[in-house]
Write a protein that binds this ligand. Structure first.
Ligand SMILES: [Zn+2]
Length: 93
């Protein structure tokens, strides 16, 4: 009689909590946010996780247009022209 191995067994258990994702897809605001002084504010860059890729939603749940992951790196590509979403930044750091 052999012991049945299952996900509940101590052997082979992995730290399931907080699957660290070190690679985020970069998205940009689907709709440019309105600035209080009129016109539109610069679009912000957002981090998109695996779940958000399908839904087109960033970590902060803003609707985003996905950017080419070969060209854009979160959060390295943020600058004055492309400010980072601070909510996404807080969730990824
Ligand atoms: Zn965001």
């Amino acid at each position: 009689m052999s012991t049945v191995e299952g996900p509940w067994s101590a052997a082979g258990r992995r730290p399931a909590a907080s699957p660290r994702q070190d690679r985020w897809t970069v998205g940009v605001d689907a709709a440019a946010p309105r600035s209080p002084w009129g016109g539109t504010a610069p679009s912000r860059l957002h981090a998109v996780g695996d779940a958000g890729l399908v839904a087109g939603r960033a970590l902060c749940l803003a609707p985003v247009t996905l950017l080419d992951p070969a060209l854009w790196v979160w959060p390295d590509d943020g600058d004055e022209e492309w400010p980072l979403c601070w909510v996404c930044l807080a969730l990824t750091c």
